[in-house]
Design a protein around this ligand. Structure first.
Ligand code: ZN
Length: 450
């Protein structure tokens, strides 16, 4: 498919990279942004996207998702995962390497890139492993992985336990100016936990994970980043203590960045209770717990959620990342202890996050920045996350007020695992444009294009 000439007319253009927030037209041609201003004349043969009453912003950039291919194509493929991304307004997704085989060799990285070129709907940027086999024993061939095109290194799903190995990883990766993305969890404190250590775990008789499991490793990683000068990026932060540690580290100029997921920004541990109680605990329902709310790190307390929201608002938390983790139904329809960790999040991210803007807890401009300009800065890509002239023609058009009921069966992701199934969200993607091509349009109620 060739890029089209597309004129997006009359939307509220929010482009935090240029502090732009006003009604304007946006013109895309030959796959790039040509102009954003008022009253652009209709070029010959252009496709029009009517965006009156809608928000127009750079395509979202997701630094953390699991596309599962190669090896777990029953859970997701690059084809289905990138279609889900487009439906969620994402035009760039970074794929975690915990595939089979793992992304610890250039061959797997090249496979992911080739598959994405052939079957992907949006841009895929691979992440490579920190250690061989993600075993935490020996560094992966980071130089070769960097050459193959990874944007960072992570053993996500597992922490880098060995502090000396983490030190070496940070020293070594700084030569390529690439970050180490750590899944912060002290295994000795995690101890087979399945949800937050708190009253819900106690009521359900389940093993809890204390906040310290995350915070102790965050403190270690900050110290190692200061020691080595290497870039450390903390995946999916979930606790108030973590936010405070990062805030202080940043004040001291330590090269640390971090991300928060839509679920850690909007849901508490109470989501693990069965839904029949309407959020209130009811031990007599057949659904005494909800495995779809089982995620790692676990959903935390309201105080933690509030601190994470505040951290995102004030920039302590740099970006929003989905940690999209699709699973099979059988991985979730079992006991809470047996269920897999993870939430399929690409298609509900925007609707969830907009609740923060609607309630006045997060300026819309900051929210969009955390999904566009901030992750682009992290990737050192000045062609992404912006509508500056010459930038990639990646645009999302969304209706911030459209209400819709989540129906996981309608997900294009293979992963139907979401605790939001059946809930109503306010805010929906109506069109996604990638490289100057419309790659998603909401069926029925989408923007009028002609
Ligand atoms: Zn993780």
């Amino acid at each position: 498919m060739k890029p089209q000439t597309i004129l997006i007319k009359g939307g509220r253009v929010i482009d935090p990279s240029r502090s732009h927030d006003s009604v304007a037209d946006a013109l895309l041609k030959d796959g790039v942004v040509v102009a954003v201003r008022r009253n652009i004349a209709m070029p010959d043969g252009a496709r029009i996207v009517e965006a009156k009453g809608l928000v127009v912003c750079p395509g979202f950039v997701d630094l953390h998702c699991h596309l599962r291919e190669p090896g777990y194509e029953d859970k997701e493929t690059i084809a289905t995962g990138t279609r889900a991304a487009a439906k969620g307004g994402f035009t760039t997704v970074c794929a975690m390497p915990n595939t089979r085989p793992l992304g610890d060799s250039p061959a797997t990285v090249e496979y992911v890139l080739r598959k994405a070129r052939e079957e992907g709907t949006v841009r895929v940027l691979p992440i490579g492993c920190v250690t061989k086999g993600s075993m935490g024993q020996e560094l992966a061939e980071m130089g070769e992985l960097a050459q193959a095109g990874v944007i960072g290194f992570s053993d996500d799903g597992r922490p880098v336990n060995d502090a000396n190995l983490m030190r070496q990883a940070l020293s070594y990766s700084s030569a390529f100016r690439l970050p180490i993305i750590n899944h912060c969890q002290v295994d000795e404190l995690f101890q087979g936990g399945v949800m937050n250590e708190g009253w819900v775990a106690t009521r359900l008789g389940l093993r809890g994970v204390p906040n310290s499991s995350e915070e102790a490793m965050v403190a270690r990683d900050i110290s190692l980043a200061a020691l080595t000068g290497g870039r450390v990026h903390l995946a999916h932060v979930s606790t108030a203590g973590t936010v405070e540690l990062v805030r202080r580290a940043k004040e001291q100029g330590v090269p640390v960045t971090c991300e928060a997921t839509p679920h850690h920004l909007t849901l508490t541990e109470e989501a693990a209770l069965g839904r029949n109680g309407g959020g209130r605990f009811d031990p007599l329902t057949p659904q005494g717990y909800n495995t779809y709310a089982k995620v790692n790190p676990p959903l935390r307390s309201q105080a933690d959620v509030d601190a994470v929201v505040e951290g995102l608002r004030d920039g302590t938390i740099d970006v929003v990342a989905t940690d999209h983790a699709p699973h099979n139904t059988v991985d979730k329809q079992c006991t809470f202890a047996e269920a897999a960790f993870g939430i399929s999040g690409l298609e509900t991210a925007l609707g969830s996050l907009l609740s923060l803007a609607h309630s006045g807890r997060m300026p819309l401009l900051r929210l969009v920045e955390a999904m566009t300009a901030a992750p682009a800065r992290f990737l050192k890509r000045d062609d992404l996350g912006t509508l500056a002239k010459g930038a990639a023609g990646d645009v999302v058009v969304f209706d911030p007020d459209a209400e819709w009921k989540v129906d996981a069966r309608q997900f294009v992701s293979k992963g139907k695992n979401t605790p939001l199934d059946g809930t109503t969200l306010r805010g929906r993607v109506v069109a996604t444009i990638y490289g100057g091509q419309v790659v998603y349009e909401q069926a029925g109620g989408g923007p009028k294009t002609r």
